[in-house]
Design a protein around this ligand. Structure first.
Ligand SMILES: Nc1ncnc2c1ncn2[C@@H]1O[C@H](COP(=O)(O)OP(=O)(O)OP(=O)(O)O)[C@@H](O)[C@H]1O
Ligand SMILES: [Mg+2]
Length: 510
């Protein structure tokens, strides 16, 4: 017997995939350092680690998207050097990447068969109807036939686009499927499809590498879990009876403080109302929503993904127009109808779909963070470079953003660090009212804790926060009150109390 990364193997066993001494440096960032990694047939392997620890880089190398600087990979004992994603697909390795990978302006079918169009070429012409028919079969197989092959993919929801990517990765019938931080974008329904297919692959002795910051989910579905830190593999453990807390500690590399969420057990905020929402309706999404947000209050909004809460958040920031009803910034007696008014009246907004809505990828971290705060760093018509730098530095420090400098393009940050930049730009702005849609999605456990304590600091300073979240523990952990939505209507409002349970809330959600 030999031990690799803690997993016992028979000497004569040949792994499905073996990665040997892989290194990868991006300009100045050493993303991977002597990575050794093996995946066996028929296993679901979890891959976890803090934001920027190198998970996506390793996944991209295995799936042929980028090349390692050196090192070697073997598949079933034979040299494996994918030159591209398609090349990896042909070797039966496929991936669902962390970021959005579909191409706007193309149909669902064209996205599904991107790079494989020759399958549908006849006398030099593309046989579109044949491609649509084949796509329909693929979509049906995964139970997502509600998505139409000839639809322009840009009109699909975020989740449906991810499901198309997933179908694309699966129809090659991979020996090894890599799923990189995808579940955070999916609803319960989407997750069910994903895990059903993952289990199906396993039952056929195929394997999956599953990357996620939802450690509960990783423990539930994976046989072994590999932990990365600063570009290195630090351990591989068998899941067995592993507890989430122990995994968190392995990941962060130190004992965690007992308190993750705020410690007080009762709601506490001022009587002053800062935002009044009255009878807000968006046909087809949510109906007759009325509530008051107080100074110093964290107001949670929870429900199933499609309960209307995400669109409600957008509306509160003026990015979506309600069919009827009003949103008023009470102190200024100002009714909000668009985002320019929202920003001018002290409202900040973190969208759930950060890749597309939250960042200028080709601008620096500094520019992204400072953009909503120009008035703070401006003197007459000039921007003070010193103030700008200080603001960006304080923002990146607060959230421990892993970067080479504040002048780095956001494009080159890891997924979670991109999310942190988006969050940071609203945190440093000192908005009176913050609307945060899934603020900890894709963010590692260590930084999650700092986000919660930052929210608490803001609250104590008299700022008000609306937190939309699909995580019940988080809602219970940080909110003064929780509004539960179901099918677009308020079902119940809970006040913070010691014995509030997830079950109680779920009862009103479904
Ligand atoms: N194309 C690139 N150019 C420069 N640096 C990069 C590039 N891609 C990744 N990096 C850097 O490599 C490091 C590892 O990033 P990687 O995306 O692999 O992290 P991750 O573990 O997937 O993090 P997350 O949990 O946030 O998704 C980070 O410091 C990141 O900024
Ligand atoms: Mg990543």
């Amino acid at each position: 017997m030999a031990s690799t990364n803690g997993v016992m193997l028979q000497e004569e066993d040949v792994s499905l995939l073996r990665v040997d001494n892989i290194n990868k440096t991006f300009v100045t960032t050493r993303a991977l350092r002597d990575v050794k990694f093996e995946v066996e047939e028929g296993e679901i392997r979890g891959l976890v680690g803090e934001n920027g620890s190198g998970k996506s880089t390793l996944a991209s190398i295995i799936s042929g998207i980028i090349y390692p600087d050196n090192g070697e990979m073997l598949k079933h004992g034979k040299s494996y050097e994918p030159g591209s994603l398609l090349d990896a697909n042909r070797s039966k390795i496929s991936i669902v990447v962390q970021e959005m990978a579909t191409i706007d302006g193309l149909t669902v079918a064209a996205n599904l068969f991107l790079g494989e169009e020759k399958l549908f070429k006849k006398f030099g012409f593309l046989n579109t109807s044949g491609m649509n028919k084949s796509s329909m079969k693929v979509l049906q197989r995964f139970g997502i036939e509600n998505i139409k092959p000839d639809a322009d993919i840009s009109f699909l929801s975020f989740e449906d686009r991810k499901l198309v990517e997933f179908a694309k990765a699966l129809y090659v019938e991979p020996d090894l499927l890599i799923v990189d931080e995808t579940t955070a974008a999916l609803s319960q329904h989407g997750r069910e499809i994903l895990f059903r297919e993952i289990e199906r692959l396993k039952s056929k002795n195929r394997s999956v590498i599953f990357i996620s910051h939802d450690l509960g989910e990783v423990i539930e579905h994976c046989d072994h879990i590999t932990i990365m830190k600063d570009g290195e593999i630090v351990d591989t453990v068998t899941t067995g009876s592993l507890k989430e807390r122990a995994l968190k500690e392995l990941m962060v590399g130190r004992e965690l403080q007992q308190s993750y969420y705020r410690e007080d057990t009762e709601a506490f905020y001022s009587d002053d109302v800062v935002l009044g929402v009255s009878d807000l309706t968006l046909e087809g999404s949510y109906y007759n929503i009325s509530f008051e947000l107080h100074r110093g209050e964290v107001l949670g909004i929870g429900g199933l993904t499609n309960c209307g809460m995400h669109l409600l958040g957008k509306t509160l920031f003026g990015l979506e127009s309600a069919s009827s009803g009003t949103i008023e910034v009470v102190k200024r007696k100002k009714v909000i109808t668009n985002y320019v008014e929202a920003i001018a009246n002290g409202i900040g907004y973190l969208p759930k779909n950060r890749d597309q809505e939250g960042l200028m990828l080709l601008s620096s971290i500094k520019d992204n963070i400072c953009l909503p705060s120009l008035s703070k760093i401006q003197r007459n018509t000039f921007i003070s470079p010193r103030k700008e730098r200080e603001l960006a530095e304080s923002g990146t420090r607060q959230l421990n953003i892993k970067m080479s400098s504040i002048n780095q393009f956001c494009l080159y940050l890891s997924g979670g660090n991109k999310q942190k930049v988006t969050l940071s730009k609203w945190l440093v702005r000192d908005s009176d009212i913050l609307i945060l849609d899934c603020p900890t999605r894709g963010i590692d456990v260590a930084v999650k804790a700092s986000i919660y304590s930052l929210m608490q600091e803001l609250k104590v300073k008299g700022k008000s926060i609306i937190m939309i979240s699909e995580e019940l523990q988080e809602l219970i952990g940080v909110s003064d009150r929780i509004i539960v939505l179901k099918d677009g209507r308020i079902k119940r409002i809970f006040s913070r109390r010691k014995d509030l349970t997830e079950e109680e809330i779920i009862h009103y959600m479904i």
